[in-house]
Design a protein around this ligand. Structure first.
Ligand code: SIN
Length: 170
């Protein structure tokens, strides 16, 4: 038995997990937003960066990528992802759609409202200004945004929120 992992942010362009297959995948009624603070990757506890979480929005779709992790690597992968996504994210199972293998139930990491690093909504300019000045152990917050935007463009995926913030930063 394998494990499916759905990525919508850094997991798309830097999965860093062992996998045997990867497909473009869509999560219906979810949308990604830079509403989560980052104390451990793109900012610090004193000066958090802004990273993505998924928020439930009826009618919207989040286009990401799903990875098939082989049975032999599931336990190590879960430990790795639990550590990587530890700053307010929780494991959640989502049904995502692919062209190649139909609908799969996949594990994803979502930072729910009111977690310890939650920042919430702000205007696009405020979000972009915040990202422009943020840095953390994993690098600059700008790189986090532009790496995702580049990966989405390479896959012909248009995401209005990502495109707007990336446009303000470029
Ligand atoms: C993900 O990529 O699926 C989780 C959010 C992130 O680490 O950017």
């Amino acid at each position: 038995m394998s494990l499916w992992v759905f990525g919508y942010g850094s997991i798309i362009w830097r999965p860093d997990i062992p996998y045997t297959a990867a497909y473009r995948a869509t999560a219906a009624n979810w949308s990604r937003r830079f509403w989560q603070g980052s104390h451990d990757h793109r900012g610090t506890a004193d000066s958090p960066g802004r990273v993505l979480t998924l928020v439930p929005i009826k009618g919207e779709r989040c286009e990401g990528r799903v990875f098939e992790v082989p049975d032999s690597a599931i336990s190590a992968t879960l430990s790795l992802l639990d550590y990587r996504e530890k700053n307010g994210y929780e494991r959640q199972q989502l049904c995502v759609e692919t062209v190649e293998v139909g609908t799969v139930e996949a594990l994803t990491y979502i930072a729910p409202e009111h977690n310890e690093a939650w920042l919430g909504d702000a205007g696009s300019q405020v979000i972009a200004d915040h990202i422009r000045k943020s840095h953390g152990p994993s690098g600059s917050n700008i790189d986090y945004v532009l790496s995702l935007h580049d990966a989405l463009l390479a896959d012909n995926i248009h995401d209005a929120h990502i495109a707007e913030i990336a446009g303000l930063l470029r």
